[in-house]
Design a protein around this ligand. Sequence first.
Ligand SMILES: [Zn+2]
Ligand SMILES: [Zn+2]
Length: 261
Amino acid sequence: MSLSVMTLSSSSSGNAVLVTGNGRSILIDCGIPVKRLKDGLETAGIKLNDVEGILLTHEHDDHIRTAAVVSENYGIPVYGERRTLAAVKARTNLKGGFYFSGMKPFMLAGMEIRPFPTPHDAVCPVGYSISAGDKRYVQATDIGWFSPEVESAMRGADIVLIESNHDIDMLLNGKYPPYLKERILSRQGHLSNGSCSEAVLKILDSGTRNIILGHLSEHNNTVALAYETTLEATGKRGAVPGRDYLLAVADARKPGRGVEV
Ligand SMILES: [Zn+2]
Ligand SMILES: [Zn+2]
């Protein structure tokens, strides 16, 4: 049994994450141009035709932009919460697809998919807990805070992808209009580096040893700031990346390193 995860792109410019369990692959979100999607998959040795499904987290553009065209042209079914799927259909040419409601688990490509609610300003945003045999991956980006639902979904997972969206000072001193700053900082917005680092401490305490920071803002964050904020917090506890756990940062616009358990 093996489970691997590779971010193909992770930021407000577009999101797509490849999850492969026992040789069968799915995508979480589909918000990047088809060429970049194909190139990214190629680095993992996978063809777009081999992808067995696309799970959508919520209807924001950066997560769904190419879902309709990829689904149509490559015959890949799209899965999403009922209201999310309806919202995506209202915004794009997406046809068909499969919906779930009530956060009920289901099977896809031999993996068990457990959606859970996330705090964000969309109709019904979710994160996913994905199991292949005894290995489990949990992803939650676009979260205003580290809610009890997110925390409980992540507890004890083998690999976690969590948002480390912005540095609060960069955001406050940056060029975004006040309403946007307020939205990002709200409990329905995005997780700051500081809040992420506190969440990572809890995630490490639960036994998780592979952590990927993702959905970094390209305007209000840097890879170094996100990495160092969490590094410093975990360092105070005596946890050293590379020795005690893996800490990776997803690239905003290109494939990140693959993590396999
Ligand atoms: Zn997003
Ligand atoms: Zn969003």
